[in-house]
Design a binder for this molecule. Structure first.
Ligand SMILES: [Zn+2]
Length: 571
């Protein structure tokens, strides 16, 4: 059970060259008059500055803050962060100070992602917050959003990401009467919050955020289902936007003027269906279609004319939780619906004290190999070490089925988990396919195989021919326990969701491969809920490159940590 932390585990070669940094610092010296010949470097960025050296620091910091730029040694990066932060402090307040703070924050965040020193994350958070002090300034919302994500990642806790993003959304929406609201940023945060719905903290936590903001005097809107607002005159419904999901959804009703609104619900007898109405007094429905058929928790959304104005109707599958509030400029009413009230104790915590993490393959069994030679067994071990370190720190008992590069038979892995009396078993792998284009995250649960893709993946992980693997799947019927299978499926969905959410927030999109069922030998006979996590396709060049990076492995490890936490909370 010895668990060395991830620093010793295999990691990819990174920033092999500091040459570009030397060129730029040399030119900084040149600009101060020590030599000549860097004009092209300078004229490419002709922004007004009283200090060319400072300007070059800023440009260099911005370049190094971008993903993929090779970084010089940490000490040089930290010195540059400090220089740009000092320049920001010298500017005092205003747009330029905010910009300098944001540049230095991004660079500090990047060196944290690569080298993992917590003090760099703390520094980045401080700098982002300095960049976001004045909500009226361009980029302030983006800096606050970056700080929120970073705070959650630093704590390996998606609930913290949620709470911090929520705080940013409320703060910037509330500041809107005085500042033009950063629409794209707020929409992005809205989408993030929807993705993170499974990790939403208790309502009391969010209430305390609202209260703290009100205490600061920044909230200009009522944060609860308040109903009436002062009407600003005849108003028209501009459009209705819908972000549907299985467990939660958001409907945004945009009006061209503020209007008063009232919320009401109706639940069918027996509770098999429900409707939430938002009545908009004096609001003209306008032209166009207002019938929106949706999926998941939203069975339908439509807008209709009423005697007093307009009404937006949400059709829901029985009892649901809803939260309706307004945001100004442009005035819009936001209707959040979810299957469960946030933080409600409808889900009993599950006892999870011992977790087995199974890094796939090892020793002579390399697993799949990517186009540039990255090997599955190395990636899985590193992710397992990263996840185990965080889980240990959270007080869980962790067993790794292997702690180094050695061969462990598939049947031995479940046997060890049983001997350890584990409450949960997670097997970590990289997917592979003959077609290089195939990509995405998939999670598997042990079952008689139900689809062909799942059967193929199972055959590869089982090191069997597809025929033999299919036979194994057929034999599994008698081995499964209904309750265990249900818990495995719940955990698999949490794992799938936490991984795709994290990837989508970091990379803008994620290929959602879904939860599948197949006969995985490694899971056979495990007496606890179990899932096999196919993190990404190592056969896909883009995903292979990601799997080779420290930050992507940490992201996947955090996805495992967040899924285990959500599972323990009974979600
Ligand atoms: Zn594998």
């Amino acid at each position: 059970m010895a668990l060395p932390r991830s620093e010793n585990s295999p990691s990819p070669a990174r920033h092999p060259s500091s040459m570009r940094f030397f060129v730029a610092t040399l030119c900084a010296a040149v600009a101060l008059g020590f030599a000549s010949g860097c004009e092209s470097h300078r004229s490419a960025h002709s922004e007004p500055s009283t200090d060319d050296g400072q300007n070059l620091d800023r440009l260099e910091a911005r370049r190094l803050g971008e993903a993929g730029a090779p970084l010089p040694p940490r000490a040089e990066v930290i010195a540059l962060v400090q220089k740009v932060a000092d320049a920001a402090a010298h500017e005092g307040a205003g747009a330029r100070a905010a910009q300098l703070y944001a540049i230095s924050a991004r660079l500090a965040e990047r060196i944290w992602r690569i080298e993992g020193h917590d003090e760099d994350a703390a520094r980045a958070l401080d700098l982002y917050k300095s960049a976001a002090v004045d909500p009226k300034l361009a980029g302030a919302c983006e800096s606050a959003r970056a700080a929120a994500s970073l705070a959650g990642e630093r704590a390996h806790d998606a609930a913290i990401t949620y709470a911090e993003l929520y705080r940013v959304e409320r703060r910037f929406a509330a500041a809107a009467p005085k500042a033009s609201p950063p629409q794209a940023c707020l929409q992005g945060i809205g989408a993030d919050l929807l993705l993170l719905a499974s990790f939403r903290p208790a309502q009391s936590v969010l209430d305390s955020i609202d209260q703290a903001l009100e205490g600061e005097g920044t909230v200009g809107i009522d944060p609860v289902d308040s109903g009436a607002r002062l009407a600003g005159g005849p108003s028209r419904l501009v459009r209705v936007d819908v972000w549907p999901g299985d467990d939660a959804a958001r409907v945004v009703v945009s009006l061209d003027q503020p209007a008063s609104y009232r919320v009401a619900d109706e639940v069918a007898s027996g509770g098999s269906s429900a409707q939430t109405f938002v009545d908009l007094d004096g609001v003209d429905l306008g032209a166009g279609s207002h019938e929106l058929a949706e999926s998941g928790i939203l069975r339908g959304v439509h807008a209709e004319a009423t005697r007093t104005g307009s009404r937006v109707v949400l059709d829901l599958p029985g009892h649901a939780w809803r939260h309706v509030f307004a945001m100004p400029e442009p005035f819009r009413i936001i209707i959040d619906v979810a299957r469960r009230p946030p933080g409600a104790q409808t889900h009993a915590p599950r006892e999870v004290a011992r977790v087995v993490i199974d890094p796939g393959h090892g020793g002579r069994d390399t697993g799949a190999v990517g186009p540039t030679g990255i090997v599955e067994k190395d990636v899985t071990l590193d992710i397992a070490h990263r996840a185990a370190g965080v889980l240990l720190a959270q007080g869980l008992e962790i067993l790794l089925t292997r702690d180094d590069d050695r061969f462990v038979a598939l049947e031995e892995r479940a046997a060890r988990a049983n001997a350890f009396s584990a409450d949960l078993f997670v097997s970590i792998h990289c997917n592979a396919s003959e077609g290089k284009a195939r990509h995405g995250v998939e999670t598997y649960v042990l079952d008689a195989s139900r689809d062909e893709i799942a059967a193929r993946v199972a055959a590869r992980e089982n090191e069997m021919t597809p025929t033999a693997s299919a036979e194994l799947a057929q034999m599994l019927g008698g081995l499964r326990l209904a309750d265990q299978s249900r818990h495995s499926t719940q955990f698999a969905h949490l794992l799938q969701r936490s991984a795709t959410t994290a990837i989508r927030m970091r990379y803008g999109e994620a290929s959602e491969g879904g939860v599948h069922f197949a006969g995985f030998y490694v899971l056979v006979g495990a007496r606890m809920p179990s899932a096999l996590f196919e993190t990404s396709y190592i056969s896909n060049p883009v995903e292979e490159q990601r799997l080779g990076s420290v930050e992507y492995r940490q992201l996947l490890a955090d996805a495992v940590v967040n899924a285990i936490r959500a599972y323990r909370e009974g979600r």
